[in-house]
Structure formats: C-alpha cells, structure tokens
Design a protein around this ligand. Structure first.
Ligand SMILES: Nc1ncnc2c1ncn2[C@@H]1O[C@H](COP(=O)(O)OP(=O)(O)O)[C@@H](O)[C@H]1O
Ligand SMILES: [Mg+2]
Length: 393
C-alpha cells in the first residue's frame, strides 16, 4: 500500500515532467503553426506518450520498482502510445481531406457561380464554415444577378431615351428650319409652329427632369427632407394640380380622405409620386369616366388608392408597369402629351425610399394603384383637422 507522502512525491514528479513536456509541445506547435492540422495532432500524441514514458521511468527509479514490472508498464505505454499516434494521424488526415474537399468546392465556384458544399460529412467547425460560405456565395450570386439585370435595363433605358429625345428634336429642328428659311409664311402656321416648339420643349424638359430624378433614385442619392404632414393634405394638393387636366379631358375627379393620417415624408417627393398616379389615371380614363382617390389607414399604414376607368391593364403588363421605360405598347412612338414610361418607376422609387409600398391591381371599371406609407406617431401630427370629402370635380 502506497503512503500518502509517496503519493504526493509521485504527483509532484509527474506534474513536473508533464509540465516540461507540455511546454516543449507548445513551442513545437507554435513553430509548426502553419503546417497541416495532422502534424499538430501528431505533436499532441507525441507529448502525451513522452510525458507518460518519462514519468514511468523516473518514478520506477525513485520507487525501486522491479525491472520486470517496469518492462510490463513500458510495453503497455508504448502500445497505447502507438494507438494514440494512429488515431491522431487518422483524425488529422480526415480533417485535411475535408478541408481539401472544401477548397475544391470553393475553387469550382469561379465568377458568379454557386458554392456546392462537399457531400461528405465534415467536422462541425468546417461544416459551419461551409454553411457560411454557401450563404455568402448565395448572396453574392443574387447581387451579381441584380447587377446584371440593372445593367441590361440601364442599357435599354439609354437606348429608349435617346430614341425618345431624338424624335421630338427632329421635329423641333424641322419647324425651326422652316421658320428660318421662310418656307412657312401664313401667320396661322407660324403661330402653330411656335406653340408646338414651346410644347415640345416643355415635354423634353419634363423628360430630362424625370431622368434626373430616376438616376438620383437609382444612385440612392435621393435626399429626403422629411416632416410630419397629414397625407390628406398631400392628396388634396395632387388633386388640385391635376384638376385642369381632368377638366380638359372631361374626366370626373373625386377624392376623399379620413382626417389626420400623419406621415413623416418629403412632401415634394411624395406629392410628385401622387401626381404621377393621378395624372396617369386621368390620361388612361376615357372622357366621361371617373377617377377616384381615397386616403385611409389600414393595419398601421396610411393608404392612398387611385382608381380609374381605363378598362383594366392587360394581365401580362401588370407586373411590368413599374419597370423603367415600360409603356405598354411595343412600338415606342412618342405620342404628344405622353411620358417616356418613367412616371411609375419614379413613384415606386420615392415610395420605397420612404419605407412604403406601391402596387396595382385591376378593379371595377379600371385599375387601382395603392400606396402604403408608415403612419407617423400621432403626437407629432399636425393639429388642424383635415376634412373628409376633399374634392369633387
Ligand atoms: N392608371 C393607369 N391605367 C392604365 N394603364 C396605366 C395606368 N398607369 C400606368 N399605366 C401603364 O403603365 C405604363 C407606365 O406608366 P408610367 O411609368 O407613368 O409611364 P408613362 O405615363 O410615361 O407612359 C403606361 O404607359 C401605361 O401603359
Ligand atoms: Mg405616367
């Protein structure tokens, strides 16, 4: 039976030897830090075996263990050590093989491809890394797709816009030349040319202004100077500004809003979006038809709906009306008084910049565009009560 004092001596001695072996192991591990994990695992196994062997030899000398007992213990330790080495090597090779597989998968991705994780079972850390890689590559692939689509639509836009600009410019030039050369002499034609030149110039100015706004939206450079206003006031303003157009076309324009509806928005921008919707509705409604604008609230959002009597938008066009330069018809012949298909893209850009949503559906005798904007806290709402039944045109 071993005494307590002997046990203490054994503990001290073995702890000392283990500490020296561990320190040496740490140094070697540090020197081999850049080598394969298999090498590091072999070092760990070697430290364990060395510490055990040294401990057994030193203790057997101190305790006068018989040569025979020592041989038995050493044989056991050596065999256990060999088993440890083998397992360490196997584990190391497994980790190295798994990381090689991952590396191959990453190399296969290339430019814009998708990362497919290796089909073998990976150690937890590598599996985590692989999952993260898969997600990151997924996001990258989406970004690449978006970039490509954007590039295509940018190129289309430039092509369409240069076409849309060139056609009225050719007309302007022809009229200016006719006036300059004195080809037209009767004052009626001269005055018609003058007013046409002014109208076309106005249209071009509006188009260039729309393009500028759209490019600011796309570049994320829309500067919003927000303040809290009642949405019904904005709707009222949009209706008043569109009223002359409605009257000229013989379209009935009606509007109503529930009082209040505080929203924190850039009034000029949201006003512009609303005007685009109302003007579109009037333009696409035949004379004697009606356009109705309603402002209300629903599930914590302020809503504005603009319903017209256009007869409905073809189902295949519905998902595309907000696309840049989409105008419904395939031939892009500029029609006097019509835009370049930028109005709805601008409206969507403005509303989304305010964390809102815009959508369209066919309803009743025509289609209905709906804008949703987050309601501002009522504490900050304007105090004057807004009237229901905004407008009756
Ligand atoms: N209220 C509406 N009723 C029917 N069609 C519409 C309406 N608003 C928009 N559209 C369709 O969506 C297209 C894009 O509209 P928009 O971006 O405002 O461009 P634009 O008014 O310059 O044609 C229009 O050309 C038209 O085909
Ligand atoms: Mg429009």
């Amino acid at each position: 039976m071993i005494t307590a004092a002997d046990l203490l001596t054994v503990s001290y001695t073995v702890a000392g030897i283990a500490a020296v072996a561990a320190a040496a192991g740490m140094v070697v591990l540090r020197l081999l830090a850049a080598r394969s994990v298999a090498t590091s695992l072999t070092v760990v196994a070697a430290v364990t075996v060395a510490a055990t062997l040294a401990g057994v030899v030193v203790i057997s000398n101190e305790m006068f263990i018989s040569r025979k007992d020592l041989d038995v213990v050493l044989t056991v330790v050596v065999i256990a050590g060999i088993a440890g080495f083998a397992v360490a090597l196997l584990l190391g090779r497994r980790v190295a093989a798994a990381s090689r597989l991952m590396l191959a998968s990453v190399k296969e991705v290339g430019n814009g491809g998708k990362y497919h994780p290796p089909s073998t079972v990976l150690p937890a850390e590598l599996a985590g890394l692989s999952a993260e890689l898969e997600m990151a590559h997924g996001l990258l692939a989406e970004a690449w797709d978006r970039e490509r689509t954007l590039e295509v639509s940018r190129r289309e836009l430039v092509a369409w816009v240069s076409h849309d600009l060139r056609t009225p410019l050719a007309g302007l030039r022809a009229m200016a030349e006719a006036l300059e050369d004195g080809v037209v002499t009767d004052w009626q034609t001269i005055s018609r040319y003058h007013s046409q030149i002014r109208e076309e110039t106005d249209r071009l100015t509006l188009m260039i202004d729309d393009l500028f706004e759209l490019s600011r939206i796309h570049a994320g450079a829309l500067r919003l100077s927000r303040r809290v206003v009642g949405l019904c006031d904005l709707v009222g303003e949009a209706l008043s500004s569109a009223e002359p157009l409605a009257q000229a076309k013989g379209v009935r324009l009606r509007g109503s809003a529930v009082p209040g509806l505080p929203v924190c928005v850039d009034t000029a921008e949201v006003g512009r979006a609303l005007r685009n919707l109302v003007v579109n509705a009037i333009r696409h409604t035949p004379s004697d038809g009606a356009v109705e604008v309603l402002a209300d609230q629903e599930s914590g959002m302020a809503t504005v709906s603009v319903s017209d009597s256009c007869g409905g938008i073809p189902a295949e066009h519905l998902p595309r009306v907000f696309d840049v330069a989409f105008r419904g018809e395939t031939a892009r012949t500029p029609v006097p008084g019509e835009g370049a298909g930028l109005g709805l893209s601008i409206a969507r850009g403005i509303i989304e910049a305010h964390s809102g949503q815009i959508g369209v559906r066919n309803a009743g005798p025509g289609c209905q565009f709906v804008i949703r904007l987050p309601l501002a806290s009522t504490a900050a709402a304007p105090t004057q009560p807004a009237a229901a039944g905004l407008f009756e045109g």
